[in-house]
Write a new protein. Structure first.
Length: 655
């Protein structure tokens, strides 16, 4: 194919595709520009926050000095009134009207919002409030105590009057000893906050803590933000005199919270000190940096545009071979390994195409081997052999081994033509194999009409004994379908036996260096084969050993016997799986209990009691052979009792 991209692509033409990519992207330094933008933007943000913090700290100091200065003015004014001879005379003569007139006159001159005269017991004597306004309910006990404790005999604090905060000062009326208290106050409202905003250049809010929530008493914030401020502050862990970001109405405000009085000063008499919240919008502070940000964004946009143009020019030179590789890869994914890619380029794409062609040839050969191997052995075993180095040897592993056999197959084979027998056997083995594989087992080998299957090798599942038992039960159910199909085709119906044992065996590749067979060997395998043979004797379709029963407790079992099989000295318990837990009905559960009771009586040599229970069980077709076996055994033991050390087991010398 032609490799002749035009325009900007010609300038970037290199023999090496990697060289084109490196030259293009390194020349643009896109990453550096983005990094520079982020660094500059972060620096601007930090600078703006730092500057706002400094401004707010200065503003908080100005705020504190203004409040303190205003408080000092009120104290001086109260002192002046307390030293007035005429005022003292009016108080001494109890001329309340004159006292009130003097208080109002003085209030107008010092521009305060409230003046009052209290007795030494903090009882109201006179007030500048009109009668219609009502006398405020004030508790000056704490303020009086503060004045008594101070060196000057004076005090200042914030009190809530009618839900509004007032800055109060308390000065004694001396004659020459204190005879009353002069109280002067100014309200801390929105006008007060507005005057502070003009000096601090920041939004000023006065926030108190009455009850369970924050309350905004005064603020310069617009109404929507005023309503949002308590919730925002309540949900933020803040410390006084430390700035932090606060989200208000979708905007970020650098916020500084400071007490209304400086550290070490007086506090609110009612214990709910007001705090001043100073705020400046971070977005407004960053506005001067917007031009620089816009310039950097424009520079990045230009770089991206140039990058897209250059990448497009390079892409035109590689689109065709890449698309051919994609189309070929999709065919390989679908299992077609005959597709090849012809590329004339000699750069990395050309090398990739050659590697792809070699890969498809290798996959075709491997798929052929895998397909042939998968038809000879179980697919899981084939995968195990193909995924690792094939070598002689094995490892110990706990495996559940299952043997399945057709009863009376020898006689059946004598009655059928060879071709019919092969078709008959293939149908049966196919159905049984499907059940094994559906439960996660693998077929180790077919032995004529018998199947040897493994659960737990080569791949363990964690519940392999239960899978094996579930397979045995499913084989019994499917056997009915198989027999109905055989009967419809004029073929004889069959019966099967299944034996399962769980134990540690040796798994691995057995055989010679020129011919291997993945299988398992060990006493556990032999025991599984022996108990399968016992199904004929006990007349049951499936038998599992005690080890399998204990490893798969999710099923109902009927204990059959304790046996000594050929090749083993010790006795082993054998059980018939009946179904999943909870599947047995009350009648079946009752029969099971009575049979187990008869089995225990038999082992205790109580022949009459055991036989009585067996006779009471009746003889349904499923249990007839088992009941007859034990009744015949009891009859024999009556004539020839077992030895004194008999453990209740029976020995079998053949499979």
């Amino acid at each position: 194919m032609r490799d002749s991209p035009r325009g900007f692509g010609r300038f970037l033409r290199f023999r090496s595709f990697r060289g084109r990519i490196l030259f293009f992207f390194l020349s643009l330094l896109l990453v550096v520009q983005v990094g520079a933008f982020l660094a500059v933007d972060a620096a601007n943000n930090r600078s703006a926050r730092g500057q706002i913090h400094e401004d707010l700290v200065v503003g908080s100091r100005v705020f504190a000095r203004l409040v303190e200065g205003r408080t000092q003015q009120l104290i001086e004014a109260a002192r002046l009134l307390g030293g007035d001879y005429a005022f003292k005379a009016a108080f001494a003569s109890q001329d309340i009207d004159t006292v009130v007139s003097a208080l109002r006159n003085h209030q107008s001159r010092i521009d305060s919002d409230m003046m009052m005269l209290f007795s030494l017991d903090a009882e109201l004597i006179a007030s500048t409030l009109r009668p219609a306004e009502g006398a405020p309910e004030l508790d000056l006990a704490a303020l009086v105590e503060m004045a008594d404790d101070s060196d000057s005999g004076e005090a200042a604090a914030v009190l809530l009057v009618g839900g509004r905060p007032f800055r109060f000062v308390l000065v004694p009326l001396l004659a020459p000893l204190p005879v009353a208290w002069i109280a002067v106050a100014f309200v801390l409202d929105d006008r007060f906050s507005a005057s502070l905003r003009r000096l601090t250049l920041a939004h000023v809010s006065l926030v108190g803590k009455p009850g369970d929530g924050l309350a905004v008493h005064a603020t310069t914030l617009p109404p929507p933000l005023r309503e949002a401020l308590p919730t925002a502050l309540a949900g933020d862990a803040w410390q006084r005199d430390t700035s932090f970001l606060l989200d208000l109405g979708g905007q970020e405000y650098v916020t500084l919270v400071t007490p209304l009085t400086p550290a070490g000063g007086d506090a609110a008499a009612d214990g709910d000190a007001l705090h001043a919240v100073l705020q400046r919008s971070l977005d407004q502070a960053l506005a001067p940096y917007d031009r620089l940000r816009a310039f950097l964004l424009g520079l990045i946009a230009v770089a991206l545009t140039v990058s897209l143009i250059g990448a497009g020019a390079i892409a035109r030179g590689v689109t065709k071979p890449v698309l051919e590789l994609v189309a070929a890869a999709r065919k390989v994914e679908a299992g077609d390994y005959t597709e090849t890619v012809a590329v004339e380029q000699r750069d990395e794409i050309g090398e990739l195409s050659d590697s792809f062609n070699r890969m498809t040839r290798g996959l075709a050969e491997r798929d052929k081997v895998r397909d042939m191997l998968g038809k000879v052995v179980d697919p899981a075993v084939a995968e195990e052999l193909l995924s690792r180095e094939v070598a002689l040897g094995g490892e110990e592993r706990e495996v559940s081994v299952l043997f399945n056999d057709i009863r009376g197959f020898t006689a059946l084979s004598e009655q059928q033509p060879p071709q019919d027998l092969v078709a008959f056997l293939n149908t049966y083995l196919t159905r049984m194999t499907e059940i094994i594989e559906a439960n996660g087992g693998i077929v180790d080998k077919y032995i004529g009409d018998a199947i040897m299957a493994l659960f737990g090798a080569p791949l363990p599942h964690g519940d392999d004994p239960a899978r094996a038992v579930r397979t045995a039960l499913a084989m019994q159910r499917v056997l009915g379908e198989v027999n109905r199909d055989f009967a419809a085709r004029g073929l004889p119906v069959i019966d099967i036996g299944v034996g399962i044992n769980t134990g540690v065996v040796v798994t691995g590749n057995m055989g010679s260096r020129s011919r291997l067979n993945y299988t398992v060997i060990g006493d556990g395998v032999n025991l599984a084969a022996r108990v399968e043979g016992l199904t004929r004797i006990y007349g049951v379709p499936a038998i599992v050993t005690e080890s399998t029963m204990r490893a798969a407790p999710a099923f109902v079992y009927r204990e059959l016997d304790r046996v000594r099989v050929k090749g083993r000295q010790g006795a082993v318990g054998i059980y018939e799986p009946l179904g999943e837990n909870g599947a047995a009905g009350e009648e079946q559960a009752g029969r099971l209990r009575r049979f187990h009771e008869a089995l225990e009586l038999h082992r205790e040599r109580k022949w009459d009691e055991a036989e009585a229970i067996l006779v009471g069980l009746g003889a349904p077709p499923r249990d007839r052979r088992l009941v007859d076996l034990y009744r015949a055994r009891i009859a024999r033991y009556r004539l020839e009792p077992p030895p004194a050390d008999w453990d209740g087991s029976v020995a079998y010398g053949a499979k």
